[in-house]
Design a protein. Structure first.
Lengths: 499, 325
């Protein structure tokens, strides 16, 4: 299949972000003092489990970021034309999910539509009954008797396959660790099981097992069932939930990207130069932060809406329009939320500039710019990092609320907010259509919970204030754990390399 | 003290002017009144006369910041900026698109907003402190551990879920209270129970956890060690010493939101059909009523600044070590 790659605005920024993250990781890995706190993050069991889930979400999000326009088959020959519809790599992979559209609502795993329809019988006369779905459980002769066994068989097969892949993954992990530490493969495996490794691989492995088994079962089932039902226009809810992940991730990460330049530049210069610079910047952020957040966002989004309505010539496809609106939302969220971080950075810089090493740099005649970039910036980075990871989950949650208020993403963008918003109108329906809501909320819960747990792990590792407290608790816990296993020899793993 | 308050109030004026400038830029410079008129009247078929009429009805037919055709002060005053912004300071918000007076609407809608926000605030403060104290009292045990787990889980659930699930369970399934609506006087109570409970629950995770951190931070201080060394029982240390000192950050943190309670809650009010300021704002956003949104932005900032001043004053009241000079 031939296609033309398309890079939307948010795609470009996501690529930029990924590149920056890779560079950052490379830089951190080369400097022991930067790597040490990350190793502490790795020592937290809940952090590792959360990271496993997050990696899974990020993979889906990245697959959904690579956009392309497939070629349209035309019989006339000549040049190939490209479809106006912009698809992502994820869409291409999930083609059956995307194209198997029913007429309207259907419950999860249903074989019949959720609404009655009048059906003409060939022998004359009509009845009102629930018609069979076009795609869901269409391969079954008699759904009443076969449905449950068929689902069970498929789920078991898919889950088994997932388990098989999990075994492969764990075996290769143990092999890798065993080779590094020079230990036997089997003793490494049992060390992972007991949680005796420095990095709690057992937590990551258990999470991975859950993810893989669920994925396997879902993959085996979603081809012939709508495992989370369908929505009003018959779209598969499972597909929508997976698509929403990208929107959530983009809002959570790009907003930070938009906010950082403001917060860093203004916060550090205010704290460092003091005087009138400080006054101006303080005035700026006090003014901006005194406007209630939601109202400012609402006002700004309303105005971009007006701008986009009156300038339709700027957007060539529906996708690019929706994408630009997503980007605008990120920019607005970023512009309205940099004040908190800016205040923190200013305070920290005020403290740092009085330190001896900065005064020594002054005495040596180091330029302001060099002091700012070499001596101050690296020493406030932990605040930036903690704030960014802490903000992420809040932004994902905020998207849903903003979409409900009507100032969120474009209605054509699939997101948790638009899903909830569409499903909310069906609350009054009897019997209730619950699957859309439940799917959106549970996916969002998984994403936000793992982000929160990971943020906690990062904060514990980087925040100097928390360190003493958590170290004490950790030592307690370790003591309790080690008592019964005092005889087993301490295993040396990748995490505990001599530094 | 009085001097300080006067200075703080004077300091609030430039900030309010700044807020006004920002909202003015957002509403009138990014998009000209012509753009807004075209948007409201429909993009395609709109005549210049209709735009002119729309602008005149709302007083948008003047120059933006500087009127060169007038004399003297009128050069500055006969503009949209002056008319729309200066009027805000006198609480003259003008008329909404449906012709009603915005100031009157705000006044009459404040009461229902407060009727939800105030109980949520007070009840929440009490409940969160109690839970945080329990967790701190049983710190480093399973009670504390599972408490924190529960808090993180509660934090990770969307506030929309609490509302939707609450409405479904309590109103639709169990028929305990009406799903939505509002009544006069005591009649309103039965409509308020559910939104208040949901409001308290949806803030529980983050706040309880935050208070727990504050208490734990206080537990590490020297005076706590002294109290324990004197042989005081843990309960007296916790409730007599730690609680009182930890209340300083908690109370001052709470004071800043008190004025904002007037604005109500956007989401809860529109879900429960309560005619407060929150649902007023949402309706204005959905119908793109720019005058109302602008008025609410101004009011919100004003209340926030009042909150900040109150916070500073409350510091001196609860903590005698702090003197305002």
């Amino acid at each position: 299949m031939s296609f033309k790659p398309v890079i939307l605005w948010t795609d470009a920024l996501v690529y930029l972000l990924v590149a920056a993250l890779i560079l950052f990781a490379w830089h951190v890995r080369r400097n022991e003092h930067l790597w040490a706190p990350w190793r502490r993050v790795g020592h937290s069991a809940s952090g590792m489990a959360a990271l496993t889930v997050l990696v899974f979400f990020v993979i889906i999000g990245l697959l959904d970021t690579v956009h392309l326009r497939p070629a349209v088959e035309n019989n006339s020959g000549g040049e190939t034309a490209y479809s106006v519809e912009v698809l992502s790599l994820f869409d291409v992979i999930a083609t059956p999910l995307r194209t198997q559209v029913e007429k309207t609502y259907s419950a999860p795993f249903a074989a019949y539509l959720y609404a009655r329809e009048t059906i003409e019988h060939p022998g004359g006369g009509q009845t009102r009954e629930f018609p069979r779905l076009k795609f869901g459980a269409a391969h079954l002769q008699d759904p009443e008797t076969q449905l449950v066994t068929d689902i069970a068989w498929r789920a078991a097969a898919g889950g088994g396959l997932g388990l098989f892949f999990w075994c492969l993954a764990v075996a290769s992990l143990a092999l890798l660790l065993a080779r590094r530490s020079g230990e036997a493969f089997l003793s490494m495996l049992s060390a992972i099981r007991r949680g005796a490794t420095a990095i709690p691989w057992n937590a990551a492995c258990i999470t991975l097992a859950l993810i893989l088994v669920m994925c396997g079962a879902a993959l085996a089932l979603c081809g012939s069932y709508h495992i989370l039902g369908t929505d009003k226009v018959g779209q598969d809810v499972f597909y929508q939930s997976l698509k929403s992940i990208r929107t959530g991730l983009v809002i959570g990460t790009l907003t930070t990207l938009m906010m950082l330049p403001f917060a860093l530049l203004l916060g550090i210069t205010a704290g460092y130069f003091r005087g009138w610079v400080d006054d101006v910047i303080q005035y700026l952020y006090t003014t901006l932060s005194s406007i209630p957040g939601v109202l400012l966002i609402a006002a700004a989004v309303l105005m971009t809406q007006v701008y986009m309505e009156t300038h339709p010539e700027l957007f060539d496809t529906v996708a690019s329009r929706a994408d630009l609106r997503l980007l605008f939302l990120c920019i607005i969220l970023g512009v309205t939320s940099w004040t908190g971080l800016c205040r923190l950075l200013r305070g920290e810089t005020l403290k740092l500039r009085e330190m001896e090493y900065i005064q020594a740099a002054h005495a040596f005649g180091v330029s302001h710019w060099r002091i700012l970039s070499r001596h101050i910036l690296p020493n406030v980075m932990h605040i930036v990092l903690i704030t960014t990871v802490m903000d992420f989950s809040g932004l994902v949650l905020a998207e849903a609320v903003l979409s409900y208020v009507g100032v969120g993403v474009d209605p054509s963008t699939i997101s948790f907010g638009t899903m909830i918003n569409a499903a909310r109108l069906e609350m009054a329906r009897d019997p209730m259509v619950w699957w859309s809501l439940l799917a959106a909320f549970s996916f969002m819960f998984a994403l936000v919970l793992s982000a929160n747990l990971f943020a906690d792990a990062v904060q514990n590792a980087f925040d100097p204030r928390v360190k003493t407290l958590s170290a004490r608790v950790g030592a307690l816990r370790r003591k309790r754990r080690e008592e019964p296993e005092a005889k087993s020899s301490p295993t040396r793993t990748e995490g505990s390399l001599p530094s | 003290m009085l001097n300080y308050i006067i200075r703080r109030v004077l300091y609030a004026i430039p900030i309010l002017i700044g807020v006004n400038l920002i909202t003015f830029t957002l509403f009138f410079v990014v998009n000209t009144p012509d753009d807004m008129a075209r948007m409201q009247l429909g993009i395609k078929r709109v005549t210049p006369e209709a735009i002119a009429k729309w602008k005149q009805e709302r007083g948008y037919d003047k120059p933006l910041m500087f009127s060169s055709s007038d004399e003297g002060f009128a050069k500055l005053t006969n503009t949209i900026f002056f008319e729309k912004s200066a009027a805000m300071f006198a609480f003259r918000f003008g008329r909404a698109d449906d012709g009603r007076d915005i100031a009157y609407e705000i006044k009459s809608r404040m009461v229902p907003s407060l009727a939800i926000a105030l109980p949520v605030f007070l009840l929440g403060l009490g409940v969160y402190i109690v839970f945080a104290l329990i967790m701190v009292f049983f710190r480093a045990t399973y009670v504390d551990f599972w408490g924190v787990v529960l808090c993180v889980a509660l934090m990770s659930i969307s506030s929309l879920f609490y509302i939707i699930a609450g409405q479904f369970l309590i109103s639709k399934l169990w028929h305990l209270v009406p799903i939505s609506g509002y009544g006069q006087g005591l009649d309103a109570a039965k409509f308020l129970v559910l939104p208040v409970i949901i409001g308290v629950i949806s803030g529980a995770g983050a706040n309880t956890r935050w208070y727990r951190t504050l208490f734990l931070e206080e537990m590490g201080k020297d005076y706590v060690r002294t109290a324990r060394a004197k042989g005081l029982p843990e309960s007296i240390v916790l409730f007599g010493h730690v609680l009182r000192n930890a209340m300083i950050p908690i109370l001052t943190g709470a004071v800043v939101v008190i004025p904002l309670l007037f604005l109500g809650s956007l989401i809860a009010e529109s879900f429960f059909g309560i005619p407060g300021l929150g649902s007023y704002t949402i309706d204005a956003i959905n119908s793109q009523d720019f005058a109302v949104v602008r008025a609410m932005v101004f009011l919100g900032s004003l209340l926030y600044i009042v909150g900040l001043i109150l916070t500073d004053i409350s510091y001196t009241l609860v903590d005698p070590r702090i003197r305002l000079e």
